[in-house]
Design a protein around this ligand. Structure first.
Ligand code: PLP
Length: 474
């Protein structure tokens, strides 16, 4: 059964009135000078980059006037939605008042102090301190250094191994990419760095055949205990994971997984680190993903949603165990960034968090928009191309399959050479919706400000593009 949505209502044809751009000239300049992240530049030269010129609410416009619903909130970050003049005003006022001063050497600034105090209020109660960075990758680099420093101060410098998971994404710096478990990243540049090892991801659809979800959750958490015993419990410093793996394809662990991970970390006295760069600031319907998944991390990495991406900011929320050791026994922590606690970035974050609170956007994800997205994604599983679909808050994924099965484990995948996910992604963009392809898993994570009607519009467009994809691959 296909979606049968009238095609005309979904086509994006009429360019909205706007400033004229010379797309081709911009693409030529781009190709001549701009090296992009995660991009095949030879292919980009052939195709030309899409030029995004403006945004409002949950919509983007490209240089040809096409209006696109942003199913990915930029890059999982524009939680409050686009066009928030009050964030721009807050940054503007701060730039005039104090555009920059550093936080090194016994100095601070007002927005950074206020933001630290606000974060202490909304974070899980064990996290009452924050270290600011400029990005999520820097947050994870900070975590590697902080964890190792903690164990030095605790008199156990031999505890220097950090366990992470395959297919995790923790950033692109040397330490972030090493913590991450992306094979393609490790293959370029001799990663991981020493002292970082990986276990499997809790991906029920791929690895849970023959088990209930609950059984698989315990089984997958058991890989942590096996790795600890293999490395030696007195060598292991920390375990790091995303509550829900984002860039890996919105991999939602069974409910049994994280409580068992917590139990294992407690048993071996290992620090538990939650990378909340995507899940933090409401994506899953709680302020932090660990609150939904039922665990209490010692350290939390955040970025993206803290400012809704309006300006860069990241950081580490530090639990009492680590904070008190660093403060009481540590002396200088020889680590920091020029832009740690940047006043304008902190001003943006303060206004962004005010918006999330005032508009109850996190609660809306839990009670209204998240359940609606779940119901609409469930209805997409009737489509002949969709093997299975999962959502958690406002993060969702569905698998494109050649043949559907009774369960996620019985579906037949397309050969990877057919690149069906990329084909589908192109149809999505051409028809006014951004959806990301991770292999043949199609994912969305729209702004938290999206309305129920806009979710309907987004899912209708997705259904229409699934039809177009089906026509091509059938
Ligand atoms: N951690 C997670 C879970 C992420 O998804 C990302 C980015 O997508 C990062 C870390 C890296 O953040 P940044 O790109 O701000 O360095």
């Amino acid at each position: 059964m296909t979606t049968n949505t009238p095609v005309a209502s979904l086509r994006v044809t009429a360019p909205e009135a706007q400033e004229a751009y010379d797309t081709q000239a911009l693409q030529q300049l781009d190709s001549a000078h701009y090296l992009h992240p995660f991009t095949d530049h030879a292919a980009l030269r052939e195709r030309g980059a899409r030029v995004i010129v403006r945004a409002d609410d949950v919509y983007l416009w490209d240089s040809d006037g096409k209006k696109i619903i942003d199913g990915m909130a930029g890059l999982w970050c524009v939680n409050a939605g686009y066009g928030r003049a009050s964030i721009a005003d807050a940054v503007h006022a701060q730039l005039l008042q104090l555009p920059f001063y550093n936080s090194f050497f016994n100095t601070t600034n007002v927005p950074a102090v206020k933001l630290a105090a606000l974060l202490a209020q909304i974070a899980p109660p064990q996290c009452q301190h924050v270290f600011f960075t400029g990005s999520g990758s820097e947050a994870n680099d900070t975590i590697v250094r902080m964890v190792r420093r903690y164990w030095q101060l605790a008199g156990k410098p031999g505890r220097d191994v950090i366990i992470s998971r395959r297919n995790a994404y923790h950033g692109s710096t040397l330490a972030g990419a090493s913590l991450g478990g992306m094979a393609g990243m490790h293959a370029q540049g001799g990663l991981p760095i020493p002292g970082i090892v990986h276990i499997g991801q809790p991906n029920y659809a791929e690895e849970g055949r023959g088990m209930s979800e609950a059984e698989f959750g315990l089984h997958a958490a058991g890989w942590l205990e096996e790795k600890i015993l293999e490395v030696g419990p007195d060598r292991v410093a920390a375990f790091i994971g995303e509550p829900v793996q984002g860039a890996g394809g919105v991999i939602i662990p069974p409910a049994t997984y994280w409580p068992e991970i917590q139990r294992i970390c407690d048993k071996y006295d290992i620090l538990l680190v939650s990378d909340e760069v995507i899940c933090g600031f409401g994506r899953l319907g709680t302020w932090f993903g660990c609150q939904l998944m039922g665990f209490e991390p010692d350290l939390i990495a955040f970025a993206k949603g803290v400012t809704s991406g309006y300006v860069p900011l990241g950081g580490v929320l530090v639990g009492s165990r680590v904070a008190h050791t660093l403060i009481d026994k540590g002396g200088d922590f020889n680590h920091g960034f020029t832009y740690s606690g940047h006043p304008a970035a902190c001003a943006a974050a303060l206004e962004n968090i005010r918006i999330l609170q005032a508009e109850r956007l996190v609660e809306r994800v839990a009670l209204e928009t998240g359940p609606h997205l779940k119901a609409r994604f469930a209805s997409l599983t009737a489509h002949p191309l969709v093997g299975h679909a999962e959502t958690c808050g406002l993060a969702a994924g569905l698998n494109l399959v050649r043949r559907k099965g009774q369960t996620a484990h019985d579906c037949e995948a397309f050969p990877s050479t057919q690149a069906v996910g990329m084909l589908c992604r192109k149809h999505m963009f051409d028809n006014g919706v951004i959806m990301r392809a991770v292999g043949d898993r199609m994912i969305v994570a729209p702004p938290l400000s999206i309305s129920v009607a806009q979710i309907d519009e987004m899912v209708d467009r997705i259904g229409y593009c699934l039809d177009l994809t089906l026509e091509e691959v059938a």
